[in-house]
Structures are given as C-alpha cells and as structure tokens.
Design a binder for this molecule. Sequence first.
Ligand code: CMP
Length: 138
Amino acid sequence: MQRTLSIIKPDAVGRNLSGAILKMIQDAGLTVKAMKLIRMTKEQAEGFYAVHKARPFFADLCCFMCSGPVVVSVLEGEGAVTRYRDLMGATNPANAAEGTIRKQYALDIEKNSVHGSDAPETAAVEIAYFFSQLEIVG
Ligand code: CMP
C-alpha cells in the first residue's frame, strides 16, 4: 500500500468541482484516508512549492494557490503515486489525455485543478506538511 498527497486547487474548488473530482478519485479505486478544506497563506504556499523557488512561475503559482480554499487529502492504494498522477493527466491540460481530471476540468498550466505528489518520498514530505499522524485514518 502506498500513500500520496492530493490538492484540489482553488480554480476547481471555486467552481464547486471538489465532489466531481473526488468521485473520479474514488472511482479509480483510491481510498481517502484524510481530508480537509483549508486556505493557505502565501508563506504556506511558498513552503509547499519551495522546490520550484527558482522557476519564473513561482510567485504567480503561490499567489494562485492562496487565492481561495483548497481540498487537501491523503490517498491510499497500491501504486497510489503513479495511479493518481495518471488520473490527473499532464501538467498542461493542453497535453492531458482523455478521461483525466486535468483534461476534463483544468483551465491552463497554472490553474490545472489538482496536484499530486511525484514520488513516494515526496509524498511522505507533502503529507506531513498538511497532516499529523492523528489526522490520518489508519
Ligand atoms: P503541480 O503539479 O501542482 O506542480 C507545480 C505547479 O506549478 C504545477 O502543478 C502548475 O500548477 C505550475 N506550473 C508548472 N509549470 C508551469 C508553467 N510553465 N507556468 C505556470 N505554472 C506552471
């Protein structure tokens, strides 16, 4: 069993798409082990995306991520990291395959509706960024 961190981003939460996206996640066989609705501060968004600090899109990305509420969740399943990334589709929705969340709902490369961890090691760090052990249902 593997865990990954999912974020339903402000563009999707703001269009009331959280339920539809969670249905796609659950229909794909991933299990929600923890979930909350939060609004990140600029500092929290900058900390979360620190790995992208040198990128030209960093400031805009952090600004977008704290522009409204997000739904953060811990997903579990066999190969959850890759399975969720496959379900999300390409970062740029213009390149996303049919049937993926980003193909269906993302607006552009920044407002791309969802985030998912890119590796098991990253997932552990990202999960701990938002959730304590007590908040994750075993
Ligand atoms: P995410 O999977 O959350 O990881 C980093 C985010 O940065 C990515 O989704 C996009 O929202 C954003 N991003 C990546 N590349 C670009 C880009 N070229 N221009 C603007 N935003 C980007």
